[in-house]
Structure formats: C-alpha cells, structure tokens
Design a protein around this ligand. Sequence first.
Ligand SMILES: Nc1nc2c(ncn2[C@@H]2O[C@H](COP(=O)(O)OP(=O)(O)OP(=O)(O)O)[C@@H](O)[C@H]2O)c(=O)[nH]1
Ligand SMILES: [Mg+2]
Length: 369
Amino acid sequence: MTTLQKIKEIEDEMARTQKNKATSYHLGQLKAKLAKLRRDLLDPTSGGGGGGGGVGFDVARTGVASVGFVGFPSVGKSTLMSKLTGTHSEVSAIDFTTLTTVPGTLKVHGAPIQILDLPGIIEGANDGRGRGRQVIAVARTCNLIFIVLDVLKPLNDKRIIEAELEGFGIRLNKKPPAITVRKKDKGGIAITNTVPLTNIDHDEIKAILSEYKLSNCDVAIRQPNATADDLVDVIEGNRVYIPAIYVLNKIDAISIEELDLLYKIPHSVPISSKEWLNIDELIDRMWERLDLVRVYTKPRKAPPDYSQPVVLRRGRSTVQDFCNSIHKEIAKQMKYAIVWGSSAKHARGQKVGLDHVLEDEDVVHIVKK
Ligand SMILES: Nc1nc2c(ncn2[C@@H]2O[C@H](COP(=O)(O)OP(=O)(O)OP(=O)(O)O)[C@@H](O)[C@H]2O)c(=O)[nH]1
Ligand SMILES: [Mg+2]
C-alpha cells in the first residue's frame, strides 16, 4: 500500500468513528499515525516523492519581508502582482499561466516588501499533484500569505486551499499552541492543565504519546480548548505559523448585496485587481499583518532621516538588530543609544543599551565609544 492509500484509509476510518469516551484512545492513535504519514509524504528522502524546491522556485529573497500569493489557477494572482509591483507576470484566461515563482517588490511606508507570484495549485497539491508542492514549499517561507480566491467560484475553494497548506505543516492565522511536552528518563506520563480540557481527554493524549513512543514525559496544557491536532503539532515540531489574508478577487463582477456577505469572512479583503478596487485596504491590512518595525536614524546635531527607515521584524527589533542591519561593526563601536518614540520611557529621549526593544517609528541616535 502506498503512503497516500494509507492516509486515505485512516481518514476514512476517522470519518466513520464517532468521538466518545470509548473511542478517544483509538482516535488519538489515528491522528498521530496520520501526522506521521503526512510527514513521510513531504520528506523527499523518504520516498514519498517530490521535494520542496524545484527548478525555477528558488528565487533570490530581497526586502525585509515577503508575501506569497497562493490560489487556484486564474483567480487573478498575476494580475494583482503585476499591478502592485510593476513587475510583469503573464496574465491570461487560460489556467496555469504562471509556471514558476515571479518575484517583485512593493514599497509600503518606506519598507520594500517582496511579492512572490506563484503558479496556481490544485486540490491534492500536498500529495504531489501538479506543482503544488513546490508552490506550498515557497509559501512556507513567506512572512504573510495572500490566499487569493475568485468570488465567482464556490467558496468551498477556501477550505480546499486551507487543507492543502495545513497538510504541509502551515498553520494560518494561529499562534503556536500553549502546550509543552518534556521528555524524561523515567516516571511515566504526567499531564497537567491550567485550563479545562474541552476538546481532548487523557486517553487521547496517552494514545498520541504512545504512538510517538513517548512513555516518560510531562505534558503541560495551558492552551484553552486544545485539540489532539494541537498536541500532534507540538510533538511534530516543524509547523510554521504564518498570518494569512483572504484576498477575494473579481468583486467588479458581483452585486453590492453579494459583497456585503463576503465581508463576513474573517481576515478577508474583497478587491478587484482588474478594476483596482479596494487595493488601499488590502495594502493597509498587509502592512498591519506584516507587523514591521520602522526605525529612523538621527545623526548628531541633525534632524532624523525620515526618508529611509531601517525596517526590522517584530521579535527581532532590538537596538542590536538595528545596528546589525546597518553594519555589523556598529554594535561593537556603540557606547549607548538614545531612543525617542513609543519604546522610550520619556519624551526627551531615553539612554538605552543593545538589548532595548524598539517600536515602530522610533528614532535612534547611536553614541560611539
Ligand atoms: N472580472 C475580473 N477578472 C479578473 C480580475 N483579475 C483577473 N481577472 C482575469 O482572470 C484571468 C486570470 O488572471 P491571472 O492574473 O492570469 O490569474 P492567475 O491567478 O495568475 O492564474 P495562473 O497563473 O494560471 O494560476 C484573466 O483573464 C484576468 O483578466 C478581476 O479583478 N476581475
Ligand atoms: Mg498567474
């Protein structure tokens, strides 16, 4: 039996099995088995077929952050990309027009953002159909994913694409689950929870641990409504958590009433790339979700330079990161820095060291030794 057939068999069995006290151990086992098979499928060395990269998919990464466009063929990805960046990416009414990654750059609030137009995917992409696997491998490395949907097509397409990305270990608009699994040498299994367990019970947890041969470990659950999938994600460990925006394209072709309904979809922005409708909102939301930190430098006895911000990513926005992104020698030469803006304690500026965490639109002056 091939890995794909095994996956299908387990999925069918899970669909047949009702979740209750008597079946939860068995369901937990199945979930863990499924996750392991999916991992086999994606690992090119395991014989599951197909790798991550592929000819034409490795593009030079520029800019401080990247946005990847994922969607079915002909939803308008290339139309949007070409108009946003001014980079030509072939557009046509024929499916699978784009065959490789086409990179372009869009400057937002002074920050260069790399935009990656990708080929259309089809259902079954993460099982190795079409170029889907390479496309999703690129998406895995992006800081934000635009899931582009055609509003004239069934909304179920959204579910299909989400499932494809999830099958590849991408978690959309989600934080890593607040669950820890700590291995020990002996002592068996100890489960503690600071929140009530509403979606998972001890039997299911034990089944999953046993499937991963974890017979001695401490499991701590702090995640409200944690599920078996959350636990599997923590044990598997190679998940990526990426923000996503659902770009609902071609609204020029629908009525206002239909448009009102679309606005109810969380994390979505309805647009028309062809008629250039609502693109400002899309760029605003993109900026918001990228969550970048712009820092302006202030030379001695001169006003800050607001034209060229140093752009950092949240979580990597200390004074040290700021120095390094200008030149690697600067941090060594620095005596202290003066910071103005929201990260500073007072308006007249605060004296800080390399560890200080900067906020968006702060102004920094470096004092050398
Ligand atoms: N009505 C309407 N048509 C659009 C819009 N955006 C794109 N199209 C049309 O949809 C078709 C497909 O556009 P592309 O930009 O090539 O789509 P794609 O998603 O890049 O397609 P692949 O590269 O094949 O995956 C073309 O005929 C476009 O003119 C839009 O906002 N409204
Ligand atoms: Mg295209």
